[in-house]
Design a protein around this ligand. Structure first.
Ligand code: PLP
Length: 419
């Protein structure tokens, strides 16, 4: 076990992990890549806000409004510190990773990309890092290109990436960690190469920030997007980090209250960063809850979380790779190391549809996800399957959770396997 990391103590902070499923099985939650569970510290913080200082931010000169404003802005300072991303001025709150990426597509990209320009992304992306660029390309008569993946481990083919960079993309957008394969991409090197070719870089960090040390100064991305709900925080709040000169040079896309400095009948001027991108009353409880989630992650220690998850991943791979008829996608155990694999394992059981796999897991109280995982091009066109089953780990998972998943595989085989 990771030194100074007491998983049983951590589990006690998560009320849902003490619950049982409808057929009386203890809940085994292996779907944190979809959304994470929430500790009492986050749930309690949201309740504290509503009970004690619920008031709109930036409006009142009275005590509880000043408090809610301080807590909301303070949460941005915490987020900025967690990712070494400057200050609250670099942190724009939106609904989720999807909205953060779309915000860049609708603002910076819309204002800077024109006909025949290229947006370069990769074949391992979530739909939220494909569809906005396809929409933009259609509107601007621009083009989306995709860096391919190398087989068999399905990591980004760096030769192909470099070759596509030679086409001179204006924007390069890639995920830091794949939500299907768990592959950790070398975001720093990819950003360095893209910058060398004069591109602006956006990184989808939805599966990275919750699980590993992510450092904006080190990676050097211009934009970086992630979601609160995947990192122990509430849903409905996400983060777009941006470098100040880019944010300063970009016009907002949603107009209204709070995003302006002054308004006259014939004109208006924008508010300072980050508020010019946050029109209207924001998700105040979400921001404050996210701040509490960052506190929790920092209390446990992100490096400890990462080491726990890699141990869990290796343990699971060592069992699953030996199972007859189980195919695993992504890096194999012998090549897994600290820097190339996150706690996400996708697999299929030969002859069984992954939806049936997930249903049988569910009958054992084991929650996994099956489908295309919002990465349909990767799953259907690269992996070549209609769907895959996926288990994903977080700081509260144990080896016993993995054992229950392994027992569920045995049950699937007993019940459904043909041939
Ligand atoms: N990008 C990746 C890699 C993801 O895993 C996800 C969600 O699963 C998203 C983007 C979208 O996140 P959200 O649904 O919070 O916008």
């Amino acid at each position: 076990m990771e030194q100074g990391f007491d998983v049983e103590e951590i589990r006690r902070d998560f009320p849902i992990l003490q619950t049982k499923t409808r057929n009386g099985k203890p809940l085994v939650y292996l779907d944190s890549a979809a959304t994470s569970q929430k500790p009492v510290q986050v749930i309690g913080k949201i309740e504290e806000y509503y009970r004690n200082y619920n008031a709109n931010i930036h409006r009142g000169l009275y005590e509880i409004s000043v408090r809610s404003t301080d807590e909301y802005t303070g949460s941005k300072e915490k987020v900025a510190r967690l990712i070494n991303g400057g200050s609250y001025r670099n942190i724009i709150y939106c609904r989720n990773t999807t909205e953060a990426i779309n915000l860049v597509a609708l603002s910076w990209a819309d204002q800077n990309i024109s006909q025949d320009d290229i947006v370069l992304t990769t074949q391992m992306e979530h739909h939220s890092n494909i569809v906005p660029w396809q929409m933009l390309a259609k509107k601007k008569k621009a083009r989306v290109e995709y860096a391919g993946l190398s087989k068999p481990n399905l990591s980004i083919d760096m030769e192909d990436y470099k070759e596509k960079l030679e086409h001179g993309p204006k924007l390069v957008a890639f995920s830091h960690v794949s939500n299907v394969l768990g592959t950790i991409n070398d975001a720093k090197e990819m950003a360095r190469l893209a910058h060398k070719h004069g591109a602006v870089v956006l990184v989808d960090g939805a599966q990275a920030v919750p699980h590993m040390k992510v450092d904006m100064k080190d990676i050097g991305a211009d934009f970086y997007a992630f979601s609160s709900h995947k990192m122990l925080g509430p849903a409905g709040i996400g983060v777009l980090y941006g470098k100040e000169p880019l944010l300063e040079g970009t016009d907002p896309v949603i107009g209204g209250g709070d995003m302006i400095r002054s308004v006259r009948f014939d004109s208006c001027t924008w508010n300072e960063l980050p508020w010019k991108f946050e029109a209207g009353t924001p998700n105040i409880e979400g921001g404050i809850g996210l701040g509490a989630a960052v506190d929790y992650i920092e209390k446990v220690g992100i490096e400890r979380i990462r080491r726990h998850e890699i141990a869990m991943t290796k343990y699971a791979l060592s069992g699953f790779e030996e199972m007859e008829g189980v195919e695993i996608y992504g890096e194999r155990l012998e090549k897994v190391n600290e820097s190339n694999k996150a706690g996400v394992i996708s697999f299929n059981i030969k002859g069984v549809h992954p939806h049936d796999v997930a249903s049988i897991f569910d009958s054992e109280g084991v929650a996994i996800r099956a489908g295309h995982h919002c990465a349909m091009p990767l799953v259907t066109q690269v992996i070549g399957e209609p769907a895959v089953a996926r288990m994903s780990f977080y700081l509260y998972n144990t080896e016993s959770d993995v054992d229950k998943a392994a027992e569920a595989v045995a049950k699937v085989k007993r019940m459904l396997k043909r041939g």
